[in-house]
Design a binder for this molecule. Structure first.
Ligand code: AGP
Length: 620
């Protein structure tokens, strides 16, 4: 999932492009490049490695010009190297393109162009697009079509031949006034300034300059002429009226704010992000829950045969917790599906089914496709998302935002706890609509939920102690995470966090499942993290812990403050404040996030941009 940025106006483009790429680097970071038009000539610089490598590669070479495009890559087609990095120039070199997405029919398009005599420089699918655009542009010119809009027209015609996902920006030599952008499946936002335009994969490179934006819809192409209003057409060549929105994000929300890493900042932001997610959704007088984006669909949810949650990665883990909470509190049947499996398993879906997509980015291709399928089969589709204006929020019939703010660290943390908070609100709301929870218990749970932010604040005070535990285990080669009930998915999430950022192999398991195989892995080299909070099959977990200790395993236990029994067995204990079982995942995950963070740091891993990963997976 690449990051794209572009600018046309009167400012010097270079610093805007470079800062934009640095802001987007979390999306993909195996190579980067820029093209700028300087004195009617396109100059392109590309380099494998990080944006910093590109900056030193450019050094003090010419970077004047007030129109340009930039790209940071996550390779899909063609190795991460200089040739395959973007921007890609057309055969004549008079056009340059950046692309995020995957062109599924690129090889047939490439063969057809090669038969016309075109010679390609890279192994990428992206290069084919700009060659195709130029081929169409040339044939229009041969037919005498040579106006200001010829390139706009050529792009529209060419994109009608392209199958796949794309967000592209094109610049043209000798055209110092306009840039062209188009999207289908991959995110693209346009920032409107005073006689200038910004284009990017998300708003982070734009916030600094303007809060007026347009989220381009699927199948739309835009011509951005610095002296004129934006012109948007769809690929049927029909004019579209632009829908201008105001950005809510702030610049400071995307800076590190004094923390060493975005991940640590985002872990410490969780008390605030949960308060922001609860804000305005619980009536302080009546304790009634209001989920504005779901109100119109509540009656259908109550009559539903089942709720199917589709998601990937960390969002799938919060979906599993949602299953426990919704089934337990509102007695509605819930199934949780990996979106990538769901979309190809020919699922049985009816009009009486509700499909909820959970996604931080709102752009995950597998989750989006699972939604499209559910829609086709007549199910009601809803979303739980963190990014306003993202594709999933525009595909679903309704939903709820997790107000976690921008999450830049690739390893998801605050998005997870705010997703679980929304799922808790939904389960409680449905429980009242279905009278499946006594009002007294309901009020207790609401009170508990409102206490979570301060309990997390208290938990975060143990950061240094958790760092010391990390020092004991950062050389481990494997880890096992165990939990029961609503804390089994937390064990899965803890293991995923460690895998993602420290590259240590780790598995999460239901504690009782251990006897059926994984217990064979245990020896004095194997660290085991067990979630042993009270009220969650505590006695059963204690016997699982004794089975581990009997085989010499090194035990880190997450316990409830004041615990005695587990403390007497475990090698290390991290206490969480007392809380209800249903609420506990919002607390038990915090020490696991910090443990993985410190272990990764001690292993000198790039915590915010782990190898081979990217923040939002916009391709299959
Ligand atoms: C989590 O830390 C990972 N970044 C990844 O598993 C992520 O949760 C997954 O790609 C889903 O992303 P989404 O929530 O943006 O759809």
């Amino acid at each position: 999932m690449c990051g794209i940025v572009a600018y046309v106006g009167s400012r010097r483009a270079y610093p805007i492009l470079i800062k934009g790429l640095q802001r987007l680097e979390y999306r993909g970071y195996d190579s980067a490049g820029i093209s700028i038009i300087d004195e009617n000539k396109i100059i392109t610089y590309k380099k494998d490695g990080k944006v910093d490598d590109l900056i030193s590669h450019i050094d003090d070479r010419a970077t004047n010009g007030s129109i340009g495009i930039g790209h940071t890559r996550w390779a899909t087609h063609g190795k991460p190297n200089q040739i395959n990095s973007h921007p890609h120039s057309s055969s004549s070199g008079k056009l340059s393109l950046i692309h995020n997405g995957i062109i599924e029919n690129y090889s047939s398009l490439k063969t057809a162009l090669q038969e016309k005599g075109y010679v390609f420089k890279s192994d990428t699918d992206s290069e084919v697009i700009i060659y195709l655009i130029e081929d169409v542009y040339n044939s229009l010119a041969k037919k005498g079509e040579n106006s200001d809009d010829s390139l706009f027209k050529a792009i529209i015609i060419a994109l009608n031949e392209v199958i796949g996902a794309y967000a592209i920006v094109v610049i043209q030599e000798e055209n110092n006034n306009a840039i062209y952008a188009a999207r289908k499946g991959s995110p693209l936002v346009i920032g409107i300034g005073n006689e200038e335009y910004f284009v990017a994969s998300d708003a982070s490179p734009i916030i600094e300059f303007t809060n007026k934006v347009i989220y381009l819809e699927d199948g739309e192409v835009a011509k951005l002429h610095k002296k004129k209003d934006v012109v948007i057409k769809n690929i049927q060549n029909k004019l579209k009226s632009p829908y201008i929105q105001e950005l809510e994000q702030t610049l400071e929300s995307i800076e590190k704010g004094g923390y060493d890493h975005f991940m640590l900042k985002e872990i410490f932001e969780q008390p605030k992000s949960i308060i922001d997610t609860l804000r305005g959704r619980i009536n302080p007088k009546t304790n009634d829950i209001i989920l504005g984006g779901l109100i119109d669909h509540e009656s259908k949810i109550l009559k539903a045969d089942r709720i199917i949650i589709v998601a990937c990665g960390t969002s799938w883990h919060s979906g599993l917790i949602g299953e426990y909470l919704i089934e337990d509190l509102s007695r509605i049947n819930v199934e949780v599906e990996y979106a990538s499996e769901f979309r190809y398993k020919n699922p049985i879906l009816t009009k009486k089914d509700i499909v909820i997509a959970i996604s931080q980015s709102g752009e995950t291709a597998d989750t989006l496709a699972a939604l499209e399928l559910a829609k086709e089969k007549g199910a009601l589709t809803l979303g739980i998302c963190n990014v306003v204006g993202s594709s999933i929020t525009r595909t679903t019939s309704g939903g709820t935002y997790t107000h976690a703010g921008p999450e830049i660290g690739v390893a998801s943390t605050k998005a997870f706890t705010t997703q679980v908070t929304v799922l808790m609100l939904l389960a409680l709301r449905l429980s009242q609509l279905k009278s499946t929870v006594e009002r007294e218990n309901y009020n207790f749970l609401i009170k508990e939920l409102n206490l979570v932010p301060q309990k997390i604040e208290k938990l975060l005070l143990q950061n240094d102690m958790i760092k010391e535990i990390a020092q004991e285990f950062y050389n481990a080669t494997n880890f096992l995470y165990l939990g029961r009930g609503v804390n089994f998915p937390v064990a899965l999430e803890g293991a995923l966090k460690l895998k993602e950022i420290s590259y240590i192999h780790a598995e999460g398991y239901p504690a009782a499942e251990m006897k059926h195989g994984p217990i064979a892995l245990i020896d004095d080299e194997m660290p085991i993290v067990v979630i042993a909070t009270l009220k969650d099959n505590y006695d059963k977990v204690v016997s699982n812990i004794q089975e581990v200790k009997a085989r010499g395993g090194k035990l880190i236990a997450i316990v409830t403050e004041g615990d005695i029994e587990v403390k007497s067995i475990a090698d290390y204990c991290i206490e969480i404040p007392k809380c209800f079982r249903e609420i506990s995942p919002l607390l038990t995950i915090i020490p696991l996030q910090l443990l993985s963070y410190h272990i990764a740091l001690l292993r000198k891993c790039n915590v915010d941009q782990p190898r081979n990963l990217a923040k939002s997976v916009t391709v299959e």
